[in-house]
Ligand binder design. Structure first.
Ligand SMILES: NC(=O)c1ccc[n+]([C@@H]2O[C@H](COP(=O)([O-])OP(=O)(O)OC[C@H]3O[C@@H](n4cnc5c(N)ncnc54)[C@H](OP(=O)(O)O)[C@@H]3O)[C@@H](O)[C@H]2O)c1
Length: 325
């Protein structure tokens, strides 16, 4: 038996309903995991509010967690009972005390990474890896713009970009968030509520613009992100915390300088076991080596997930947030 959240309809955080479940044994290719820490992500809000469609109701939210393997289904070769594991999985269900999931989406945790850190980095940190190393491989000496730099993905990506040798321009919604970003290596923080982002980026880059913008804010920032780019620059639009970007006339990309636009998602970058393991290993290496420092800035009891959602949606969080079962 396990407690879990179920969502029966689209709506406010109150649609998260705390229920009991008789957990079946894991099926073929699955493991049963008892969670020790669960990651909160903005994508959980997109599903709850209907910005992203869910395949069926009710569903249990949550794509990221750490825990211990409690039992192993048939045909699982790489995990045994008692293994410390973590995952970022496209199969939702992390808002639970325990669950079954496909074993090939799970990786073993190195001893040096504790469970709370793991639950904070699997989805956000692997996102930083694919964005900066594969969607647009950032090179030493480049200056990049990364929005929401003090957020969960933002603080990890900031440190990763510094590790790659980039100069990082970030945007943040408050002075406190700006300070935090600077403590994590951000070279220039633009306070977008009081400063003109395009003007500041042009000033910092001597009028040339940046070769790449990583934009997870969406509708509020999309156009200014295009205006911050050099000719033939790339806009990586990877989220919509402020709302969905409306349909676009692709002629705009030509008019603004033969720009590239991509809308990537993590699960296309870790869709094979080899890709997942390589991505997670790069992340673990940087965290173990101290190049990426991860603080859990907010911690809630799992049962308080509705309040955690409200805080994340209201921009009241910084860095990573976890839910404790
Ligand atoms: N495509 C992918 O593969 C992928 C994977 C992971 C995450 N993401 C996206 O990356 C983004 C960051 O995710 P996260 O979980 O780490 O969240 P987060 O960055 O910790 O939180 C969102 C931040 O966005 C900023 N923001 C700007 N306008 C906002 C608005 N109207 N409402 C709420 N927030 C607003 C706020 O920072 P300021 O106060 O500084 O503005 C807020 O703290 C999300 O958009 C998420 O969907 C995409």
């Amino acid at each position: 038996m396990a407690h879990l959240f179920r969502v029966h309809e689209i709506g406010d955080p109150e649609v998260l309903s705390w229920e009991k479940d008789d957990l079946d044994p894991p099926g073929e290719g699955e493991v049963q995991v008892r969670h020790t820490a669960i990651g909160l992500n903005f994508i959980d809000i997109y599903f709850r509010t209907g910005i992203y469609p869910v395949s069926q109701f009710p569903y249990t939210p949550g794509l990221e967690a750490a825990g211990v393997v409690e039992s192993v289904g048939e045909s699982v070769g790489h995990l045994v009972v008692g293994d410390r594991i973590a995952y970022a999985s496209s199969q939702s269900g992390a808002y639970s005390e325990a669950r079954n999931l496909a074993a090939d989406q799970v990786v073993k945790l190195p001893d040096a990474i504790d469970d709370q850190t793991a639950a904070s980095i699997m989805l956000k940190g692997m996102t930083a890896e694919y964005l900066l190393c594969r969607t647009y491989p950032v090179k030493s000496g480049q200056t990049i713009l990364f929005h929401a730099i003090a957020g969960g993905v933002g603080l990890i990506a900031c440190q990763w970009a510094k590790h790659l040798g980039a100069t990082v321009i970030g945007t943040a919604g408050s002075k406190e968030k700006a300070e935090l970003a600077k403590e994590h290596g951000c070279d220039h923080v633009i306070l977008y509520r009081q400063e003109d982002v395009v003007k500041q980026v042009m000033e910092i880059t001597g009028g040339g613009g940046v070769p790449v913008v990583f934009d997870s804010v969406g509708i509020d920032t999309f156009n200014q992100s295009l205006d911050c780019l050099q000719p033939r620059g790339t806009l990586v639009s990877f989220g919509q915390s402020s709302g969905k970007v409306p349909p676009l006339d692709i002629g705009l990309l030509s008019a603004k300088g033969s720009l590239y636009l991509t809308r990537p998602t993590l699960f296309n970058y870790i869709s094979t076991r080899d890709a997942l393991v390589a991505c997670a290993s790069s992340l673990f290496q940087l965290v173990e080596g101290g190049e990426i420092r991860v603080e859990v800035n907010q911690q809630f009891d799992l049962i308080d997930a509705p309040r955690a959602h409200q805080q994340l949606a209201s921009r009241n969080t910084t860095g990573s947030t976890i839910l404790m079962p």
